[in-house]
Design a protein around this ligand. Structure first.
Ligand SMILES: [Mg+2]
Length: 266
């Protein structure tokens, strides 16, 4: 039995090395609301639908406490709505500055297609944000065969629905002939919940959090520590394999096909 398809995450996996666009936007809207959040707080729930992501930050005890100090009351649904309304235009602006396709990804797409795979994608972005990113990526020679966002399903990650939409559009089943590839624990949860194999991306993603330039300026020992910690978080989420980037997934696809032939399932 051969693999038939892959479903990729966007930020930190296909484009935006370090998944910087969502972090920059979240930091900006919370700072504007006079309750600044740390990069670590902004990254904690990365990958889930953006409104749910803001809700999860508002639920952090430190953030609730500081919000109550500033406003005299804990944040509720109206505050969430106001933050999300501020998030949307800022994220669209920010996407344009953080839309560089990650090195080696277009070439990897050619190799994956060469081995007969169809290439889908999913995200925590909304449809307008995803459309913006798709357009910017296409100009850099990156065109997946399918792309779904949380707006088009009952719930985003960790629910499997976006993976199922990809499978339906690509005409692929069973789900264990597909691999989810992403940079956050929520990506891994999405793939596992869909009954797919999973590969966690360490070097280029949210769990390492550095741009390509920052990564290249990091000393090897520190690179190793960062990548190791990223890998631990993705393995703890249940990732079957870890790869530094999408461009380095090929050996793991071979390994998964070997396991399929041996009768293994995810
Ligand atoms: Mg991501």
């Amino acid at each position: 039995m051969k693999l038939q398809g892959l479903v990729f995450d966007w930020a930190g996996t296909l484009a935006d090395h370090g998944s910087r666009a969502p972090v920059a936007t979240l930091e900006a809207i919370f700072a504007a609301a006079r309750v600044p959040v740390t990069v670590a707080e902004a990254r904690l729930a990365m990958g889930i639908a953006k409104k749910e992501h803001i809700r999860s930050i508002l639920a952090l005890p430190r953030v609730r406490g500081e919000w109550a100090q500033v406003y005299g009351t804990e944040p509720g649904e109206p505050e969430l709505e106001a933050l999300y309304a501020a998030f949307i235009p800022k994220q669209l602006d920010c996407l344009v500055q953080h839309s560089d396709v990650i090195a080696g990804v277009p070439e990897a797409f050619e190799r994956f297609r060469g081995r007969g795979l169809q290439l889908g994608s999913s995200t925590g972005y909304t449809r307008p944000m995803l459309d913006c990113l798709l357009q910017l990526a296409a100009r850099q020679n990156l065109k997946p065969d399918a792309a779904f966002c949380p707006d088009e399903v009952p719930f985003g990650r960790p629910a499997p629905w976006m993976c199922f939409r990809n499978a339906m559009q690509l005409g692929i089943y069973p789900m264990w002939t597909m691999v989810k590839i992403g940079d956050t624990p929520s990506d891994i949860a999405e793939g596992l919940n869909a009954g797919m194999w999973t590969i966690g991306v360490t070097r280029t993603g949210n769990e390492t959090g550095l741009t390509a330039a920052e990564w290249n300026a990091t000393l090897p020992a520190a690179q190793q520590a960062l990548e190791g910690a990223a890998g631990q978080r993705l393995l703890a989420a249940g990732a079957h394999y870890l790869a530094p980037s999408v461009a380095e997934c090929d050996p793991f696809l071979d390994a998964i096909e070997d396991r399929l032939r041996a009768g293994h399932r995810p």
